[in-house]
Ligand binder design. Structure first.
Ligand code: AMP
Ligand code: MN
Ligand code: MN
Length: 342
């Protein structure tokens, strides 16, 4: 990977649609590292670089692949480095521009038959793609390892966001060891928290209000879901990035095994986010409908309308719970013995 990166004259870095902190942070850290190696990469994404993560950018200017500059960078690219996904379908309008190009991938999703990338660093045991970038650029035993403060901040953001601030099952002792080194490189956790979570906008607050009032527990199964319609986005003026973390409000309910968030997209298709609290494999549910992801955090984009897609995914989720022997949940005030069932 290092030699592919160092040999590139016109590299482009990209990530999945609706970049998250891991995608955006990994792009910034790798771009700053590459500049230190004497190559000047362009960051070109299928969707706009989220406002929340712009504080990481320093002098870098990310482009959308629809902008003239983005198109030109993709046209002259001799290496495209794909971060935090290996799936063509997750690359949106960037994917057609990768045809005939050398594509390198650095990703922590389990590989699938659709996975692209050669060379590829793929490790599903990494908590974030940022962990793999850290190994590439900053691991103390790597050749010429060092990490600047802006690189460390970008890696810290990648790791904090993908581990749900060190709460999710992907958090390991290594996650904390890496973050300790990032703090030594100058990261200020309080400042990172303020940037990421301490500046909730009125739009996000209004979207959250609507999300909470739509939150529903399944009457029978340990399943909870949030449903947001186009109208909710129009009236709250919220953007996709404002959805970040909202599914956790369904996941954190007592007894819930699977949480889902359904979002009606502007073209009337449906975006689904799935989370598991334990045994249930939500990636398998997402795959049934054409999506994918991790065992405990997965997603799918369904062409069909909201109500029908929601019913189909919830039916799959109930079936997955049944197969694992999870639920149905006893009635809240009923006789627990009678409700336990077979
Ligand atoms: P999200 O619910 O959008 O935060 O996504 C959670 C995880 O699910 C992501 O990290 C991806 O691994 C995966 N994922 C989300 N959407 C899709 C999709 N349309 N196809 C495949 N995987 C997805
Ligand atoms: Mn991601
Ligand atoms: Mn990730």
């Amino acid at each position: 990977m290092r030699s592919a990166i160092e040999a590139a004259r016109h590299p482009v870095l990209t990530t999945h649609i609706n970049a998250d902190g891991d995608g955006a942070g990994s792009e910034v850290a790798l771009a700053l590292y590459m500049e230190r190696q004497g190559v000047k990469p362009a960051i070109v994404n299928p969707t706009p670089f989220p406002e929340t993560f712009k504080f990481l950018l320093q002098h870098l200017t990310p482009w959308s692949c629809k902008a003239e500059e983005g198109r030109r960078a993709l046209e002259r690219a001799d290496l495209i480095v794909v971060l935090d996904t290996s799936e063509p379908s997750r690359l949106g309008d960037v994917y057609p521009a990768t045809r005939g190009r050398r594509i390198a991938v650095i990703d922590h999703h389990p590989s699938t038959p659709q996975s692209i990338g050669d060379p590829a660093i793929r490790d599903a045991s990494a908590c974030a793609t940022g962990e793999l970038i850290y190994d590439l650029i900053a691991k103390p035993d790597a050749p010429n390892a060092s990490v600047s403060r802006p690189e460390a901040e970008a890696l810290y953001v990648a790791i904090v966001t993908d581990t749900g601030s060190f709460r999710f099952a992907n958090t390991t002792s290594r996650t904390h060891e890496i973050c300790a080194n990032l703090l030594r490189a100058g990261v200020d956790p309080q400042e990172m928290y303020r940037q990421l979570y301490g500046q909730v906008t009125d739009e996000r607050l209004e979207l959250l209000r609507r999300a909470l009032s739509s939150l529903e527990r399944d009457p029978e199964w340990p399943l909870a879901s949030i449903t947001l319609r186009r109208q909710d986005f129009q009236e709250s003026r919220a953007a996709s990035a404002d959805l970040e973390g909202i599914v956790e409000h369904a996941r954190q309910l007592r007894g819930v095994e699977i949480a889902a968030l359904f979002r009606e997209l502007p073209d009337k298709s449906t975006k689904v986010s799935l989370r598991s609290n334990g045994e249930a494999d939500v990636a398998a549910i997402a795959r049934e409908h054409g999506g994918g992801g991790h065992t405990k955090a997965a997603g799918v984009h369904i062409k069909g309308p909201l109500e029908a897609s929601r019913a189909e995914v919830l039916a799959s989720a109930r079936l997955a719970l049944r197969k694992k022997g999870l639920g149905p949940t006893p009635p809240p005030n009923g006789d627990p013995e009678a409700a336990r069932g077979p």
